[in-house]
Every structure is written in structure tokens, then in C-alpha cells.
Write a protein that binds this ligand. Structure first.
Ligand code: SF4
Length: 313
């Protein structure tokens, strides 16, 4: 191990406005209605947050059949399909929607595009709940409309659409900025008339955290991303650091930090995905300090002032 390690904390990092809001919604519902409060899917993709909410009385379920009739159910920040919304209604559940307003914005776009007679290519990760929710904006009576999901440039080669001149695209909010640009450019070459959303679907938090990691990459010989395995935007940060040629690991608990990572390192960058709480960053910094001498520097970065209002609960 080197004599002293410099820890460089990227900014901005950690919680975004959508995650903050979703957690507050669960906490507020627990105060107002008592426990248990049912939440469909992990409200945000972070193990620390989920465990904390579980101890406070939140019950996370995947199947609405596991919620007693007439109970409140919170929909996660990732958004839901129209079918899930309908299913909750049929089961007489009382919905509380923690969908991030920036995901809702994409849903609104999709609905507008479908109503304008467009078919839609969605760029996103198969199986991610946000993608399921956005793809699920198409309704049964819109059987003459189509949504196609692609993940990579390679997928565009094999993509066959019915109406290339009536085509629009949207993206998941937490994708890699660089990869998505290449995918959209390639889509535009194959489908010159394809229409895009008015403003980017990739959200401000994803953009800012990726910019910050790019910035610190040139300064670091190791980057640790704080985030859970199922967090899309945390994974993108780790990929970005690796792509910039920096050794990088993603962990969501200090016990997962391996002392061997620190050997011969001088400058360690730390950032956190939009769903990772600052306490996890602190715990990881403390763990490094317990293993070696370290100095800590908060790097400058864009200040985020976005706050989303809570819905009526
Ligand atoms: Fe909303 Fe972006 Fe945060 Fe997702 S990462 S919850 S889209 S602000």
C-alpha cells in the first residue's frame, strides 16, 4: 500500500430528486397510514434504502395479488405499465404513485407519439422495470401501434419495423450518454424520418453523475462507485470509469471493499449512483481510512437544485 491515499469525492453524486421524492413518499405513507405499507417493486434500487424502509414497515412485493384488497400500494420510482395501474384498480387497491416525474414525462411523450399514429423504438435495458413501464404505455385497443425495444447498435441491424416513415424513439432515463448518442445516430441513419422527443429522455441526474465520473477519471487510479447491482445508473458509472481506462468497482456496502484494491493506489475517486445514500459513501470512506492513511477532497461540480413536489398522500 502507498504511504497516503487521496480520496477524491465526485460531485454531484448520490441521491437525485426522483429518488429523494420516492423515499419520502414511502416514509410519509407510513406516518399517515401506519404499517405495513405495500410497495410494488423496490421503490429505488438500493439495498441500504430498501432494508431501512423494511425496518420502518414497508413491504416490497412484485405481484399485486400479495396486497390485501383495499390496501394502499406505492408504485416505485421506475414507473408502471397501464396494465398494472388497471390491475390495481380491479383489486380495489389505493395507489400512491412514486414514479419519478422525469419517467412520467417519457410516458406522456410515448402516449402523445402513439396518439399521433407513430410506432416507437425504445432504447433501454430489457427487463428493467422502467422499460417495462414505458413499453407498457401501449394499450390493448392500440393493436395497430407497435413498440420495439433495442439495447445496442447491433440490435438496430436486425430491427425490422412495419412503418419506417411513422417512427419515433424514446430512451430509458438512466442510460450511458455516450452509448445512447451512438445508438440514436445509427437509428437516424437507418430511419432518416425517425422523430425524437422534444428534449432528451436521459435525465439530468444521470447526465451530471456521468460527467462528474468522466472528470475524475483523469485524476484517479481507482474509482469506486457506490451502488447496488440492480441500479442501472450506478452500473453505467462503473462502465464509464472502466471505459476511461480506470480500475473500477461498484459496491453498496463497506464490507465489500477489498483491501487489495488499494495496493499501490494514490488517488481513489468515489462517486455514487442516484439511488445510493450518502451514508454508504461515508461508510466506505471510513473503511478506507481504517485500512490506510488518507486525505479527503470534495471535488467541485454542478450544484443540483431540482426538487420534486410530493403527491397527495
Ligand atoms: Fe428520476 Fe433520473 Fe432520478 Fe431516475 S435517476 S429517479 S429518472 S431523476
Amino acid at each position: 500500500m502507498t504511504d497516503k491515499i487521496n480520496i477524491l469525492l465526485a460531485n454531484p453524486r448520490g441521491f437525485c430528486a426522483g429518488v429523494d421524492r420516492a423515499i419520502q413518499i414511502v416514509e410519509e405513507a407510513l406516518i399517515q397510514y401506519g404499517k405495513p405499507i405495500y410497495v410494488r417493486h423496490e421503490v429505488v434500487h438500493n439495498q441500504y434504502v430498501i432494508n431501512d424502509l423494511k425496518t420502518k414497515g414497508a413491504v416490497f412485493i412484485e405481484d399485486l395479488n400479495d396486497v390485501p384488497k383495499g390496501a394502499h400500494v406505492i408504485f416505485s420510482a421506475h414507473g408502471i405499465s397501464k396494465a398494472i395501474r388497471e390491475e390495481a384498480k380491479l383489486r380495489e387497491l389505493i395507489p400512491i404513485d412514486a414514479t419519478c416525474p422525469l419517467v412520467t414525462k417519457v410516458h406522456v411523450e410515448v402516449n402523445k407519439m402513439l396518439n399521433q399514429g407513430m410506432d416507437i423504438v425504445m432504447v433501454g435495458h430489457k427487463g428493467h422495470p422502467e422499460v417495462e413501464g414505458t413499453m407498457g404505455q401501449i394499450e390493448k385497443h392500440q393493436s395497430n401501434r407497435k413498440m420495439y425495444l433495442i439495447e445496442t447498435v447491433e440490435d438496430i441491424k436486425s430491427l425490422i419495423v412495419d412503418r419506417p416513415d411513422k417512427l419515433a424513439y424514446v430512451t430509458q432515463t438512466t442510460l450511458s450518454i455516450d452509448d445512447t448518442k451512438i445508438i440514436i445516430d445509427t437509428l437516424k441513419i437507418k430511419y432518416p424520418n425517425i422523430q425524437g422527443p422534444k428534449s432528451d429522455d436521459i435525465c439530468y441526474a444521470t447526465q451530471n453523475r456521468q460527467d462528474a465520473v468522466k472528470q475524475i477519471s483523469g485524476l484517479c487510479d481507482l474509482i469506486i462507485i457506490v451502488g447496488s447491482n440492480n441500479s442501472s445508473n450506478s452500473n453505467r458509472l462503473k462502465e464509464l470509469a472502466l471505459r476511461e481506462g480506470v480500475e473500477s468497482y461498484m459496491i453498496d456496502h463497506e464490507d465489500l471493499l477489498q483491501s487489495s484494491w488499494l495496493i499501490n493506489k494514490k488517488n481513489i475517486g468515489i462517486s455514487a449512483g442516484a439511488s445510493a445514500p450518502e451514508i454508504s459513501v461515508k461508510n466506505i470512506v471510513n473503511k478506507i481510512e481504517s485500512l490506510t492513511k488518507a486525505s479527503i477532497t470534495e471535488l467541485p461540480g454542478i450544484e443540483e437544485s431540482i426538487i420534486f413536489k410530493l403527491p397527495k398522500i
